[in-house]
Ligand binder design. Structure first.
Ligand code: DC
Length: 653
């Protein structure tokens, strides 16, 4: 799927069991592989990044089997990989790439490590420099300082002091620390430059201790890996839920869950090893109501709303992306500082966030190492937008939260597979979309009038989808594009500059409600509406009307294509004779001379064409309610729809 369209969400609530932590899963896999004995890992994350680590370990001769879902048995190799020569492909998994580089550089084999093109743009030089101090032989196969790498057997000179820079990625220090026990000699690691993302180093030290290696910490910071250290399986190792993944649901709760009906995440809490649990503190600082236990957390919206904050986000670099989107729902500015590391992640996240937030109408300032975000000016709603995700799972996940303010399209939602393959399905289960009533039916059935009146009665938005096809036909004619030129008309449809007012329609700043009702434009509309690429180009434009508090959508594929999940679908019809009479009265009222016979023939022909056409044919959906208005007037039809809407809970009041 190349995109997912999200309607505007009106509330959030419920409970989510989190997938396993990526950081812990990949560290646990590597330590279990290096350990003496078999480790049973429970709750392992199943995602692209962990699959890359599992593949690599398998290629190195480490046996790992899934005994039941999420339960893996890894047979450790006691510090010596059976396979001494291998080419490893590590995708875009930084956790796997950096830690395997360190471990394999000291392992005495001949290995090539490579990844996707983006991995080859992510620096690794500081780690290579540190490993070379120990005698490791590492060649850059393409660009100095970046993957891919060739690691060669080398005479390692263990012990002493090794310096490593800490200000680009904490994964360099993590990799080095995890690898040093392989030397068997006491080694002191001294970090130069500021150590960023410290909580991830804490996870590393905690996991090493669980596998039997206690690292002493000193000032500087510095770390001492003891002599004769070796990894020993703890037997069973349980992976906790992913705290970064939790951030999206906690944020959804803070934006959209009512007090007393919070959004709950299960799998991480107060006892978590992961620094990203401190995301909850940041949310609380914004005013969210937060509660937590040992392994759960809950969030709900404060009655007075959220407020912007200024935060040094160095300790929660990943979860801070979520805060950048929460900022759209907070009063005032939110300033996220000390996040230069964003530039070397899955994408340049500072640039990507600034650009995509801007599309929604947010006010954004992108600094070298900070981001300032404020909602649109003057309480304007967020703009519906097509959000690019840059092959970055966190871009896709954090922008899903913008759906609490606007419908949006998220490109390449499959990119969440890196850490959270079924994210959007889970998000859909805890977020409630604004209601939609879809009204389809044959031409001249009165569905337009009924739809507009129902929308007005409920205070909902109204989408006259036929008008978009009419506008496209008009705009194409004015641009000199033939109605049969599919690519040309689709391009016109994609750039259509329209605004719907109260009963009027504007095209490129000109009022055109009468123009689009001309007979010739009706004919053009029916031609362009039969072109699949034109329908595709207008799809998101129509879905962009799916806003709070709700929508009535009128048109022939509302119930089937545009809003297949509409809470109420009506197929509104009337006998052809009655429809001809209604049209007759309407035209005579406008002073247009017509004959009943012509109208009847015309309607019969259009019905046949509409039902037979291959693209979005006129057809009652199986789950649509048939409303035959042959013997009803408008008031009765409107009352019928409103009654159903209340019965179905589509509209309250
Ligand atoms: O409902 P209307 O007459 O304004 O529609 C104009 C044209 O667009 C008509 O030929 C039907 C077509 N149409 C469509 O194909 N799909 C829609 N959702 C709405 C209208």
């Amino acid at each position: 799927m190349s995109f997912i369209d999200l309607p505007q969400m009106i509330s959030a609530g419920g409970s989510v069991r989190l997938p396993g932590s990526k950081s812990i899963s990949n560290r646990a896999l590597l330590l279990a592989a290096l350990a003496d004995g078999v480790t049973e890992i429970r709750g392992l994350l199943v995602s692209d990044d962990t699959a890359r680590m599992l593949d690599a370990l398998r290629a190195l001769g480490v046996e790992s089997v899934e005994s039941e879902e999420g339960r893996w048995l890894v047979t450790g190799c006691a510090g010596r990989f059976p396979v001494r020569r291998a080419d490893l492909f590590l995708g875009n998994a930084g956790t796997a790439f950096r830690s395997l580089t360190a471990v394999l550089a000291l392992a005495g084999g001949d290995y090539v490590l490579e990844g996707v093109p983006r991995m080859h743009e992510r620096p690794v030089g500081d780690l290579v420099d540190a490993l070379r101090q120990l005698g490791a032989e590492i060649d850059y196969l393409e660009r100095e300082g970046y993957p891919p790498l060739r690691l060669k057997p080398a005479a390692i000179r263990p012990g002493g002091v090794v310096g490593v820079r800490g200000d680009v990625s904490s994964q360099f220090l993590t990799g080095l620390l995890m690898a040093l026990p392989l030397t068997g000699v006491e080694t002191r690691v001294v970090v130069t430059g500021e150590l960023i993302s410290r909580p991830y180093v804490d996870i590393t030290l905690d996991l090493m201790a669980r596998f039997g290696v206690r690292v002493a910490r000193g000032e500087g910071p510095s770390f001492v890996v003891p002599a004769a250290a070796r990894y020993v399986s703890p037997g069973v190792f349980a992976v906790e839920g992913d705290a970064s993944s939790a951030s999206y649901f906690l944020a959804a709760g803070a934006i959209g869950a009512r007090r007393g009906r919070p959004l709950r995440v299960e799998g991480v809490g107060r006892r978590s090893l992961q620094g990203d649990v401190r995301f909850a503190e940041a949310l609380a600082h914004m005013g969210a109501e937060i509660d937590m236990g040992d392994d759960w957390m809950e969030a709900s919206r404060p009655p007075e709303g959220l407020r912007g904050i200024a935060l040094d986000a160095n300790h929660i670099p990943d979860a801070a992306m979520t805060l950048a989107v929460v900022a759209l729902f907070a009063r005032g500015e939110t300033r996220l500082g000390n996040i230069a590391s964003w530039r070397v992640k899955e994408t340049d996240r500072l640039a990507a966030m600034a650009r995509e937030l801007g599309k929604l109408g947010a006010r954004v300032e992108e600094g070298r190492d900070f981001l300032v975000i404020a909602p649109p000016d003057d309480g304007q709603p967020l703009r519906a937008a097509d959000i690019g995700t840059y092959d970055d799972h966190r871009m896709a996940m954090c922008f899903s939260l913008a759906a609490f303010g606007t419908p949006l399209r998220v490109d390449d939602p499959g990119c969440t597979a890196k850490t959270f393959p079924d994210y959007f399905a889970r998000f859909g289960r805890v977020a409630t979309p604004a209601p939609v009533i879809a009204i389809d039916g044959p031409t001249a059935s009165g569905k337009g009038t009924v739809s507009a009146r129902v929308a007005q009665a409920l205070g909902f938005h109204y989408l006259d989808s036929g008008a978009l096809y009419r506008l496209t036909a008009l705009a194409a004619r004015e641009a000199g594009v033939a109605w049969t030129d599919e690519a040309g008309v689709a391009a016109v449809a994609a750039r259509l500059d329209v605004r719907f007012g109260d009963g009027d329609v504007w095209l490129a700043g000109r009022e055109v409600s009468a123009d689009i009702r001309q007979e010739s434009i009706s004919g053009g509309a029916s031609k362009v509406a039969a072109l699949p690429r034109v329908r595709e180009a207008l799809l998101f434009r129509q879905r962009a009307f799916h806003r709070a508090p709700g929508l009535v959508g009128d048109g022939r594929d509302m119930a089937s294509v545009v809003f297949p999940h509409a809470g109420l679908k009506i197929f509104l019809t009337a006998s052809v004779g009655v429809r001809a009479e209604r049209r007759y009265k309407q035209l005579i009222g406008k002073g247009v001379a017509v004959s009943m016979d012509d109208l009847l023939r015309d309607l019969r022909e259009r019905d046949a064409r509409d039902a037979a056409r291959s693209v979005a044919p006129l057809r009652q959906q199986p789950d649509a309610v048939l409303l035959d208005t042959t013997k009803m007037d408008i008031e009765e039809a409107v009352a019928f729809v409103l009654g159903l809407a209340r019965d179905r809970g589509v509209a309250t009041g």
